[in-house]
Design a protein around this ligand. Structure first.
Ligand SMILES: [Zn+2]
Length: 58
């Protein structure tokens, strides 16, 4: 199965697709705790459960 993960911006609701690349290179990195919305550039905190998923995928 090929899962897709989406994260919705807390400010504008714009969905950001979390590719394996993003999960692997950013979300599984313990020093990275935020990502930026492509639509409104608001700083969004990476939820703990997504960090956990990212760690399990890599
Ligand atoms: Zn946004």
């Amino acid at each position: 199965m090929n899962y897709k993960y989406l994260s919705f911006c807390t400010s504008c609701g714009f969905p950001t697709e979390l590719t394996k690349h993003i999960l692997h290179h950013y979300f599984s990195n313990h020093t990275v705790n935020v990502f930026y919305c492509h639509h409104c550039h608001t700083e969004n905190k990476i939820p703990t459960y997504l960090k956990k998923i990212a760690t399990e995928l890599t």
